[in-house]
Design a binder for this molecule. Structure first.
Ligand SMILES: [Cu+2]
Length: 178
């Protein structure tokens, strides 16, 4: 049987890799997937967005032909009205990576006349992690240390590494896989 120390060494390595990945790289989402950012094919960007769980740190990639499209971040009212007269920001490279660094709605439209109206608009909504974890303080302490990570995030990954030092490897592995 491999020594516990050996297992722990592997665990620490995997944990650090995991933490590094979560801290330095959010998930990358290409808007419209293979279709990209377009008006061809009537891509349902609303449907595309609601099937994703965006988190702070994620990168949203708009891929398009810059001769025909662009990306403008707009306010809620502008989004609804397809008003592109005063965008928050404008992206025009054809391969725009936008890192989402705040919670809430991030609203993007194409600024080419008629395109937003044709459906080239997307709402990247970053929800706050739900506070599902019941408070354990009032309950009878469990003899086995349990670690619940309700919604792993960047900082949770780091916390996980710290917690790992206090719990056995199989438990940690289980929790990592959640
Ligand atoms: Cu367009």
């Amino acid at each position: 049987m491999a020594s516990i120390l050996e297992n722990r060494g592997v665990a620490i390595f995997l944990c650090l890799m995991f933490a590094w990945f979560k801290v330095s790289n959010g998930d990358v989402y290409k808007v419209g997937d293979s279709a990209g950012w377009t008006i061809i094919g009537n891509v349902d960007y609303k449907q595309w967005a609601v099937t994703k769980t965006f988190q702070v740190g994620d990168v949203i990639v708009f891929e398009y032909n810059p001769q025909f499209h662009n990306v403008m971040q707009v306010t809620h009212a502008e989004y609804r009205a397809c008003n592109v007269s005063s965008p928050i920001s404008t992206h025009t490279t054809g391969n725009d990576s936008i890192t989402i660094d705040t919670y809430g709605h991030h609203l993007f439209v194409c600024g080419v006349p008629g395109h937003c109206q044709a459906g080239q608009k997307v709402d990247i909504n970053v929800l706050r992690a739900p506070s599902l974890a019941p408070s354990p303080s009032s309950e009878v302490p469990s003899p086995v240390p349990t670690v619940t990570v309700p919604a792993p995030s960047r900082s949770d990954a780091v916390t996980l590494c710290a917690l790992m030092q206090t719990i056995s490897f199989p438990q940690w592995q289980y929790n990592l896989e959640r």
